[in-house]
Design a protein around this ligand. Structure first.
Ligand code: KG4
Ligand code: ZN
Length: 335
């Protein structure tokens, strides 16, 4: 029976392919090759390097998928947002597969994929609030029962994850900064360094991390950066960044009485953020939904899962069309 969907994700620095059974939602194949080690010396993703590494990794993974080809019913691919030179690799491969296997092509928005990471092997049940925190985006959404998305808050500048990356880079600690900073912060119980929480007294439901990044930069310049000072800075930075997320979330929770709330995106793996949101949900008698830790960061399974819904709606795209929109900032429409 032809009931498998093959999905490709290459929007940033992870090359990943997954195959899902669209009826049972069973993951029959999933592999990801991360480029973190290659980008680490540069303190961030180098687009040309990312493109070259995708062109090596994706065919390698695809070779392992061949035994499933005769059971495929569609090809899905992340087409937005992301680095254009990275997206191109996945989209070109998806088009080539759709043409050669004569299958419909499905284009998936990467952020919608992250939202489906909460429902990888189960039916999606929305009517919930969602915090999406990744390297490129920070937003709070309301998703109604029909899957219609409303944006409640977003960042005016850097994203939450990106601010961890930039702080790690400023201290010469490599990339990606999220895990590095979280682990450094754990080594410090208390810090005599304190950063002010962005937009604390503003009524706006908006985030901003660039001022906090600047506070960190000035602190780094003050005196020699010993390992002890690094962990104090990491601790104080993470404390202020999460306090900023929580301050706006508390306001949002008061305004919208969510019955359910989810956290998705690569930075949703931060354990301190998870536990503070767990607390907030308990106080508001709100159910908390999380993606499994290994599927918080970019992966093709979340794209495959989102594609199952698109397949049902026959939401197929024209193979001739230019599908790539690297800079999409707002998340609108239906899931
Ligand atoms: O979703 P993702 O894998 O890629 C994008 O779509 O951007 O998110 C990656 C981002 C990076 O900025 C990374 O530093 C951040 O998520 N991140 C974290 C943690 N783990 C990953 N940020 C804070 N704490 C973490 N534990
Ligand atoms: Zn992502």
């Amino acid at each position: 029976m032809k009931n498998l969907i093959l999905a490709i994700e290459s929007s940033c620095d992870d090359s990943s392919i997954a195959i899902i059974n669209k009826e049972s939602l069973e993951c029959v194949f999933h592999t990801k090759i991360s480029q973190e080690n290659e980008h680490s010396p540069y303190g961030g993703v180098v687009p040309e390097l990312a493109a070259r590494l995708h062109s090596e990794a994706l065919p390698k993974i695809l070779q392992k998928c061949q035994p499933y080809f005769d059971r495929l019913c569609a090809i899905a691919v992340t087409n937005e947002p992301g680095l254009s030179v990275s997206l191109v690799g996945g989209v070109a491969m998806a088009k080539m597969l759709a043409i050669s296997l004569n299958l419909p092509l499905i284009a998936i928005n990467h952020l919608k994929g992250h939202i489906y990471s909460m429902f990888l092997d189960k039916k999606a049940n929305f009517n919930m609030g969602v915090l999406l925190v990744s390297g490129g985006h920070t937003m709070v959404l309301f998703i109604d029962e029909q899957g219609e998305i409303t944006e409640l808050a977003r960042t005016n500048d850097d994203s939450f994850g990106e601010s961890f990356d930039k702080v790690a880079k400023m201290m010469g600690l490599g990339y990606p900064g999220g895990v590095i900073i979280e682990n450094l912060a754990k080594q410090c119980q208390e810090s005599d360094i304190e950063f002010s929480i962005p937009l604390l007294h503003s009524k706006d439901l908006a985030y901003s991390f660039s001022g906090l990044k600047n506070q960190v930069r000035l602190e780094i310049l003050k005196e020699e950066l010993t390992p002890q000072r690094q962990s104090k800075i990491a601790f104080a930075f993470q404390k202020a960044a999460i306090a900023h997320i929580m301050n706006k979330l508390e306001k949002i929770f008061k305004k919208y009485s969510f019955k359910r709330f989810g956290i998705v995106g690569g930075a949703s793996a931060n354990l301190s953020l998870r536990s503070q949101i767990e607390h907030l949900c308990q106080n508001h008698q709100c159910e908390l939904l999380l993606a499994p830790l290994e599927f918080c960061s970019d992966n093709a399974l979340m794209i495959a899962r989102a594609a199952c819904e698109a397949y049902e709606r026959k939401d197929f795209v024209d193979i001739q069309a230019d599908l790539i929109s690297p800079k999409v900032k707002h998340l609108q429409g239906k899931l």
